[in-house]
Design a protein around this ligand. Structure first.
Ligand code: SAM
Ligand code: SF4
Length: 326
């Protein structure tokens, strides 16, 4: 889709990921340091009014897809109310949410009613002890419960995001694929990114050979899945089962990147693998007009780099993923 919001490299920016909190109840080894507590101050969090203003400005510039993320977005109080407010904005065509699902069981129905159409759930293992080791919390039962409730609330498809880590869960990929096939979930395998020391130490696995193995095991062909973003999908002949591969390391997708990220404190990050950013909060809090906000967003988009340098400069990004909004 062509939007009014084009970057210097001709890419249309039609997708905004909104981090609604930097807090999380888990400490996934690749994301947050164990014992991490260095959160932003609530006074700096964008209010629902401020988030709504930013989203409305993006829609006027042609952006139509928005995702609520974090940290753990379900920890932001009244998250369903925020979702409903955003969904009512003209031009918000697609509103989705990424969650670790520990609290999903009690939020799923309200999120669906609010107009959230698609859910991504992080789940790296089906073994309780491994989940405990990866997330530092005994979370598997609550996540599985959340999945059951979300499915019966009518979310379809639900995508399961599995970060593949050497020596941790790479031996569980087919078990996870079988689980997703059985329950009607889309599986997405993710390569670890060197975001923060946590990301750098996570045990990168190249997904290209795994892709070939899964292709022959399930008789899959290249395919497309709605809202697929950077994932490259394999789909079974009957279309019932899909696996996406998010491969920022082994095969980057920067030339088609259509997204930017807004942190809970109102900083726009133009690329996960770059430090370029633009602060919207001071503008929002000093009474900027709607037209002024739109030109500030245009100015920010000019800063979007051509590509990340995860391979060339793996030590570059010191901020952690939960702070940016993965
Ligand atoms: N808490 C929610 C969740 O876990 O889905 C939303 C935020 S989380 C930062 C978003 C996604 O980023 C998750 O799918 C997580 O697995 C992924 N992620 C975090 N750190 C990563 C890293 N270093 N490399 C690759 N993916 C990462
Ligand atoms: Fe929390 Fe999501 Fe990061 Fe895990 S990946 S620590 S659930 S923000």
């Amino acid at each position: 889709m062509t939007t009014a919001l084009q970057d210097r490299f001709g890419r249309s920016i039609d997708y905004l990921r909104l981090s609604v909190t930097d807090r999380c109840d888990l400490r996934c080894s690749y994301c947050m340091p164990q014992g991490f507590n260095d959160y932003g101050e609530p006074v700096d969090w964008l209010t629902f009014e401020e988030i709504t203003r930013v989203v409305a400005a993006f829609t006027r510039l042609g952006t139509s897809k928005f995702r609520l993320t974090g940290g753990e977005p379900l920890l932001r109080r009244n998250i369903s109310e925020l979702a409903a407010r955003l969904k009512r904005i003209e031009g918000v065509e697609d509103l989705s949410l990424s969650t670790n699902a520990t609290q999903l069981a009690r939020h799923a129905a309200a999120l669906k009613a609010a107009g959230v159409s698609r859910l991504n759930v992080s789940l790296d293992s089906l073994c309780a002890e491994r989940v405990l080791n990866i997330t530092r919390r005994d979370a598997l039962a609550s996540v599985l419960d959340g999945l059951v409730v979300a499915k019966s609330a009518g979310f379809a498809p639900i995508k399961i995001n599995m970060v593949v880590m050497a020596g941790v869960n790479e031996d569980e990929i087919t078990a996870m694929a079988d689980f997703c096939l059985e329950h009607g979930f889309v599986l997405r395998l993710i390569e670890t990114m060197p975001v923060g020391d946590t990301g750098r130490n996570a045990g990168f696995v190249d997904l290209q050979p795994i892709r070939k193995q899964l292709q022959s095991r399930y008789g899959m062909v290249d395919g497309l899945v709605a809202g697929g973003g950077p994932a490259r999908y394999l789909v079974t002949a009957d279309g019932r089962f899909s696996i996406g591969f998010i491969t920022p390391m082994s095969q980057h997708f920067c030339e088609t990147c259509n997204r930017v990220r807004l942190t809970v404190d109102g900083t726009l990050y133009l690329c996960l693998g770059d430090d370029s950013k633009f602060e919207l909060r001071p503008l929002l809090r000093s009474g900027i007009s709607d037209a002024g906000l739109e030109s500030a967003i245009r100015e920010a988009i000019e800063l979007k780099p051509e590509k990340h340098e995860f391979r060339e400069q793996p030590g570059k990004i010191i901020r952690i993923m939960s702070a940016t909004g993965g």
